[in-house]
Design a protein around this ligand. Structure first.
Ligand SMILES: Nc1ncnc2c1ncn2[C@@H]1O[C@H](COP(=O)(O)OP(=O)(O)OP(=O)(O)O)[C@@H](O)[C@H]1O
Length: 323
């Protein structure tokens, strides 16, 4: 087991078997003035959990994701640490050492990714069906054409897109649908870890919410773990089991979502929480739970907690959100 990142991380160990261990990982960008983008980060991801990675722009979230997926390119250099994948089948893979064909096989198969703007990386001249089938031709060469075809249709429906869209070209789909196709591709080989870096940022809020619900449902159904990266802390509070807060390349706090929200320990986490008025205003409950408690109805009245904002915080100040 890895040593916890900080004292504050101690109460936030994963509950259950670990699928990914990030142990003391550091990444530098070797430019004129080297940037220490990730500094001694240690994290454990439990099988099937959603781990949110929060922090302001430039704190190193994407660099960490790229280190895990081994997609870093020079001038980036992993200067230390170890990343290990623990397979459901009982073996471990040292992701810092894996190379060549092994790495190519590993990626998508065990750990898949959906990045911001991934929807724009679909090939514009190939229809959705061919792009989905291509994942199988590359990684499952033994699969027969009819099987690939069937699986492509199933995948599309799994992410909430009608099978009739298989023949569509990317430009014929909305942004949300294209992002769903990317999620379908990432899930094609039933990976055990899905890394999502701002996957819904470019989409409008309604579509964003639909896709988040879909990801949560698929996680429940398929049991993969998710590392969900965004600067949008309210969103993470909604969807994550645990949240790691990153600042200047380090994880400064790691806790389950509720604890992080109600009892933030680190000054920076408090600052981050308070920078989202939606979390503390009367609409806070909606932002956190998706249930609008300001509108009378069956869902109204669901209890939510307000964050501990330090000694000056007046607990009655936001009582409407708790009503
Ligand atoms: N190719 C590069 N060369 C030099 N420095 C880089 C490079 N890519 C990223 N950095 C620096 O590394 C640090 C971490 O960047 P990173 O993109 O990982 O942060 P982030 O938290 O993902 O930000 P964002 O939310 O804006 O995507 C930043 O200081 C950034 O300027």
């Amino acid at each position: 087991m890895t040593a916890p990142t900080t004292d504050r991380a101690r109460g936030a160990a994963p509950t259950g078997p670990v699928v990914l261990t990030i142990d003391d990982v550091s990444v530098d960008y070797l430019v004129d003035e080297p940037v220490h983008a990730v500094r001694n980060v240690s994290l454990e991801l439990a099988r099937g959990e959603v781990l949110g990675l929060a922090g302001e722009s430039g704190c190193g979230k994407s660099t960490l994701a790229y280190a895990v997926t081994r997609l870093l390119k020079p001038p980036a250099l992993v200067t230390g640490g170890r990343i290990e994948f623990h397979s459901r089948e009982g073996y471990a893979v040292d992701l810092t050492a894996i190379r060549g064909e092994d790495l190519r096989q590993f990626r998508w198969d065990k750990v898949a990714m959906v990045f911001q703007g991934a929807m724009n990386s679909l090939n514009p001249v190939i229809n959705v069906q061919a792009q989905l089938e291509d994942v199988f031709s590359t990684h499952r060469p033994e699969m027969k054409k009819a099987e690939r075809r069937r699986r492509a249709g199933e995948l599309l429906e799994r992410v909430g897109v009608d099978r009739a869209r298989l023949k569509a070209f990317p430009h014929e789909l909305s942004g949300g649908m294209r992002q769903r196709v990317m999620i379908a591709m990432a899930l094609a080989l039933e990976p055990q870890v899905l890394i999502m870096d701002e996957p819904t940022t470019a989409l409008d809020v309604v579509v964003q919410r639909e896709i988040l619900d879909e990801i949560t449902r698929l996680r429940d159904e398929l049991g993969f773990a998710v590392v969900f990266i965004t600067h949008d802390l309210p969103l993470l509070l909604e969807i994550s089991d645990r949240i790691a807060v990153m600042k200047e390349g380090r994880i400064v706090e790691l806790a389950d979502a509720r604890t992080l929200y109600t009892r933030p320990q680190h000054e920076y986490t408090r600052t981050l929480l308070s920078s989202f008025p939606s979390l503390t205003g009367e609409r806070g409950a909606f932002v956190r739970t998706g249930v609008d408690t300001t509108v009378p109805g069956p869902a109204a009245g669901r209890s939510t907690e307000e964050p501990d904002q330090g000694p000056d915080h007046d607990p009655d100040e936001h009582e409407e959100a708790d009503a």
